[in-house]
Design a protein around this ligand. Sequence first.
Ligand SMILES: [Zn+2]
Length: 105
Amino acid sequence: MRNSHSEDIVGVRYTGWAALDRDPQEDVVEFVCPHCGNKGVKPARRARSEYHFTDGFLQDMQGEATTCKVCRKALHVAPVVLVHDRDEKQRFEAIFTEEAVAVPN
Ligand SMILES: [Zn+2]
């Protein structure tokens, strides 16, 4: 594991079914700022081919850098998890929202 000095926060990129309620032109990574709790979005920059299956999800482990628009802190969004349907969305929420409590093995 790399030694991270900047905080890595999980981002999610909804596609396909999971993005049905959104403008199809919009392709964004969603994240929550760990400093101020603001829910932010940034344009997704990386190609799908840079996402790899890890723990049952397509993830970009390198992630993307961004800045919180509210508190202006630099953030590193990694991994970015690609979620494309209802099933994956539920699994994503189950795994990544409980991660702070217990890491499933
Ligand atoms: Zn912030």
